[in-house]
Design a binder for this molecule. Structure first.
Ligand code: UD1
Ligand code: MG
Length: 458
């Protein structure tokens, strides 16, 4: 797999194959397509940011991966030369493909291998018909219709330029033949590079059998060279993913604005409103409703959950029949039990809320565990941080936390306790007790009239 190219047209500090498509680095896509073919070895030819590209590739877990460095990019033939040690002296077929062609399907690669073997070919390649073939190598066939040569766009004659059958750059070659022909590549072309495509002509001249397999979908073999091309493929991936979930029984009110990552799962009869992004290992149960404009990452949502407008969640769990939002933020370590209500402008972090507990308004719950059927009043804050460490708050079952309560952690509130509105809880509240800390209220009779009169005189 060739992935050493600079990617100049991305105008990026990052190597091209590290740019993401569908939430994954480009290079991971073709590696994942190759994996089911169970190749004995995979050589990934890298150049720019070799270490980072290697790490991204290794993250796919594809077996037998070897990363090969091509320090100077002297052409596709030179790139394969750099990987030669991985197939030298080997009685096998070498599949050659690109790291920046993300939509290639396993099925298509398998078709290429099947044709290669069925026709007992020494070299086989994919071909594609394009109305506008600008930039591509053109496929030249002999009188009997066999592929005999590829001519690069820059080296092509006007007649050759008129050919619409092009080379997507994906080949299968007998290892021994490839090894032998690589030595015969010369940089005698418009770009002064070693062209891998010259292997085709050399094989044909040597009387080897060549086979070709046609692909119909240009996107499948399209390389990413610019940010615009990346965005176009992204839109396609997004449409296909959303389409698959619609087929599986999920309603999208506006499929055009739904972003669903490839590892996400969604249950039947869930309805997803506009502008929803589901990333990472997010799993949503069945019969849920997501009103819209929400961003969920690595979040597990139970069944029949109602996620109201504009929620942001990350590494959170939401139990069955819970109601969350609008405008709720669930941060990592949040676990909401069944039927929990978390309302508007509530932020949670490392917060476990038992079944039926409610925190409906303007609240921060961090590093806390709350039992079942407790009510957390508006404006409650767990004061969990002393500038050095985080401290825990524990609240029992059936507790009433009054509005505007501060819980200065570490602190515990026992089952069935009441905390009066406006209380600053600085010590543990035993089960069944009332905690109240309040300056006594005073009434100053007629004060407003006197105050205004004073101001008017001034
Ligand atoms: C190549 C083909 C052309 C084909 C086109 C399809 C050659 C000579 N030409 O042209 O027939 O139509 O692909 O896209 O092969 N790479 C390296 N090291 C290098 C050069 C390239 O790893 O030294 C990698 C690039 O990262 C890229 C791939 O090879 O993934 C193709 O390279 P690119 O320069 O884009 O080839 P093209 O000129 O487009
Ligand atoms: Mg190219």
């Amino acid at each position: 797999m060739l992935a050493a190219g600079l990617g100049t047209r991305m105008r990026s500090e990052r190597a091209k194959v590290l740019h993401e498509l569908g939430g994954r680095p480009l290079v991971q896509h073709p590696l994942r397509a190759v994996a089911p073919l169970a190749p004995a070895r995979v050589a990934l030819v890298v150049g720019h940011q070799a270490d980072a590209v290697a790490r991204a590739a290794e993250a796919t877990g594809v077996a037998g991966l070897r990363v090969v460095l091509q320090a100077d990019q002297r052409g596709t033939g030179h790139a394969v030369l750099c990987a030669r040690d991985t197939f030298r002296g080997w009685d096998a077929d070498v599949l050659i493909l690109y790291g920046d062609v993300p939509l290639i399907r396993t099925q298509t690669l398998r078709r290429l291998l099947d044709a290669h073997r069925a026709e007992e070919a020494a070299l086989s390649l994919l071909t594609l018909y394009l109305d506008d073939a600008t930039g591509y190598g053109r496929i030249i066939r002999d009188a009997s219709g066999r592929v005999c040569r590829i001519v690069e766009h820059r080296d092509a004659s006007p007649d050759e330029l008129a050919i619409t059958e092009v080379n997507p750059g994906i080949y299968c070659v007998r290892a021994g033949l490839l090894d032998a022909l690589l030595d015969r590549l010369r940089p005698d072309n418009a770009q002064g590079e070693l062209y891998l495509t010259d292997v085709v002509q050399l094989a044909a001249q040597a009387g080897e059998r060549l086979a070709s397999v046609r692909v119909d979908d240009p996107d499948e073999v399209s390389g990413v060279n610019t940010r615009a091309e990346l965005a176009r493929l992204e839109a396609r991936v997004r449409r296909e993913t959303v389409g698959r979930w619609m087929d599986a029984g999920v309603t999208f009110e506006d499929p055009e604005t739904a972003y669903v990552g490839s590892e996400v799962e969604i249950g039947r009869d869930t309805v997803i409103g506009p502008n929803v992004t589901l990333r990472g290992r997010t799993r949503i149960g069945s019969g849920c409703r997501l009103d819209g404009t929400s961003h969920l990452t690595d979040t597990v949502v139970g069944d029949r959950v109602h996620l109201r407008f504009a929620c942001v969640t990350e590494e959170a769990e939401i139990g069955d029949d819970a109601i969350v939002g609008p405008f709720a933020r669930l941060r990592p370590g949040t676990r909401l039990g069944a039927r929990v209500h978390v309302g508007n402008f509530v932020e949670t972090k490392k917060a476990v809320l038992g079944a039926g507990t409610k925190a409906n308004h303007l609240t921060y719950l961090g590093d806390c565990e709350i039992g079942a059927d407790t009510n957390v009043g508006a404006g409650t804050i767990t004061c969990n941080y002393d500038g050095f460490e985080k401290h825990r708050t524990e609240i029992g079952d059936r507790v009433q936390i009054g509005s505007d309560t501060q819980l200065v952690a570490p602190v515990r509130v026992g089952d069935d306790a009441y905390v009066a509105a406006g209380t600053t809880v600085t010590k543990d509240v035993p089960a069944g007790d009332l905690a109240v800390s309040r300056a006594p209220m005073r009434l100053v009779s007629g004060w407003v009239e006197r105050f205004r009169a004073r101001k008017r005189r001034a």
